[in-house]
Design a protein around this ligand. Structure first.
Ligand SMILES: Cc1cc2nc3c(=O)[nH]c(=O)nc-3n(C[C@H](O)[C@H](O)[C@H](O)COP(=O)(O)O)c2cc1C
Ligand code: SF4
Length: 451
């Protein structure tokens, strides 16, 4: 039997009759948790979020409560909170569901998070390609203001909060938190160097700033509804709560699903929930956490360390189907849970072509500040384009690997890793397909030189 979904965030998504207006939200218990939270001490809310073990759902899986505690205690500047609604990682389509179908849930999560961190001005930085999403949020903010859930002296308290929607600049790098901050300040989204520009210290307008993903902020509402300790019982140790998985590619039932973290395996997700591989084909590969996550090969085995009930650790060998969908196991399997975007490829897929597609995206999206990323992403794109168009040189495979190996770890932001990991993993996992494309030298000498 298929593992049951556990819908916290998506409880009302696609529910017949559920609408985005505040009346519907209030009829379904909306803003009750915020009302309760506003009577608590700020530190108590932060402690609940810490106790919940909530990890960020935007990509890196960083502890949310821990991130909040980085705001310097001696700070006298304003603290800002930014909701990262840029959602541009290929394969990811969850935040938009929340924004388009349950916007007040996000506002309630933000209200509680802002109150806990003494924020009086917050932004939702929404992907430029979501114009309707921006309008929906703006309307929801107006409604929340009319009911005094936002604005001055919220619900008669001495707490005031304004939230503004800021439309993104239409580039993937605007989702990287420091690039996002630059863009919000009205500049080109060039990521900043850390240190010193850790958002918690020198963020928006050089003030302490919290950047959290849409889904992460929604979870705060559910943590406060049941308490951090109870929330931490959902999911698995160190991988708590639920998370939304977006499945795309060669499955019969692609879509968005919400499960307790680590309570469903990749095999159950693909074969039970998504009804298996399309056309009765065979599974070939999976990118488990958005396009920048390292690819997994269907016939691989993974050595995973698992904690036993008595606390001892054992090493187990598992197949791709047995990988639980959690942050830690996915990392131990050599990839990452990332943004929850699971991309499935069947045996008809040409892996060089698939990588060429990914490389084209990254070459287009590099902001160009760092030489290894700017030049390297373009070189990788050129090489994989040559490979797919029958113009590759014998030395191209070695060159491609060399370029990828010289980007990661040498750049200002994690885009460097995001663009080199696909190339490194595709070559490592499917070397024969790359070798086949470079077996025969097809370019004439003058063209070779030009290439
Ligand atoms: C190149 C790049 C693109 C990113 N794009 C997004 C994005 O679209 N949405 C998002 O929430 N986080 C994105 N992130 C992660 C953010 O920098 C940041 O870690 C995240 O918003 C923090 O929120 P969380 O702790 O709630 O996950 C991106 C990171 C990188 C390096
Ligand atoms: S790694 Fe790439 S995207 Fe990030 S700052 Fe450098 S050039 Fe820009």
């Amino acid at each position: 039997m298929a593992v049951e979904e556990k819908r916290l965030i998506f409880k009302h998504i696609d529910q017949p009759g559920y609408t985005i207006d505040i009346d519907c939200y209030l009829r379904n218990g909306g803003y009750e948790i915020a009302k309760k939270a506003l009577t608590l001490k700020q530190a108590d809310i932060i402690n609940e979020v810490k106790a919940s073990g909530l990890r960020g759902r935007g990509g890196a899986g960083f502890g949310c409560g821990l991130k909040w505690s980085f705001i310097p205690p001696t700070n006298t500047k304003p603290v800002y909170l930014i909701c990262n609604a840029d959602e541009s990682e290929p394969g990811t389509f969850k935040d938009r569901q929340i924004i388009y179908k349950d916007p007040h849930q996000l506002l309630e999560g933000m209200l509680i998070s802002c109150y806990a961190n003494r924020v009086s001005l917050a932004y939702i930085y929404i992907r430029g390609e979501f114009p309707d999403g921006a309008k929906i949020l703006e309307r929801a903010i107006e409604e929340a203001k009319k009911h005094n859930f936002l604005g001055k002296n919220i619900l008669g308290s001495d707490y005031s909060l304004e939230i503004y929607v800021h439309r993104g600049a239409g580039a993937y790098i605007c989702g990287e938190e420091t690039g996002l901050i630059e863009s919000l300040e009205g500049k080109r989204a060039y990521p900043r160097i850390k240190p010193p520009y850790f958002p918690a210290v020198l963020g928006l307008y050089q003030c302490p700033t919290i950047v959290n993903n849409v889904e992460t902020l929604c979870h705060v509402k559910h943590i406060m509804a049941i308490g951090g300790a109870e929330y931490a019982k959902l999911g698995t140790p160190n991988n708590t709560g639920t998370r939304i998985l977006c499945v795309s590619g060669d499955v019969n039932k692609p879509g968005y699903y919400e499960f307790e973290v680590g309570k469903i395996t990749l095999g159950e997700l693909i074969y039970d929930v998504c009804a298996g591989i399309r056309n009765g084909n065979q599974l070939k590969a999976i990118i488990p956490g958005g396009s920048s996550a390292k690819v997994l090969r269907a016939d691989e085995t993974f050595k995973i360390k698992q904690k036993q009930a008595d606390g001892s650790m054992i090493e187990k060998s598992i197949t791709i189907n047995d990988i639980p969908m959690d942050f830690d196991t996915m990392a131990a399997a050599g990839s990452m849970a990332g943004s929850g975007g699971v991309i499935v490829m069947d045996h008809t897929r040409d892996m060089v072509e698939a990588l060429a597609n990914i490389n084209e995206f990254y070459a287009h999206e590099s902001c160009g500040q760092c030489t290894p990323c700017r030049e390297g992403s373009l070189w990788m794109k050129k090489i994989t384009t040559r490979m797919t168009h029958g113009g590759a040189r014998k030395e191209d495979l070695g060159l491609l690997k060399n370029v990828a190996d010289n980007i990661a770890g040498r750049t200002i932001c994690a885009f460097g890793e995001a663009c080199s990991w696909p190339t490194q993993s595709f070559i490592a996992k499917f070397p024969e397909e790359f070798e086949n494309k470079t077996k025969t030298e097809t370019l004439s000498e003058p063209i070779r030189t030009a290439a």
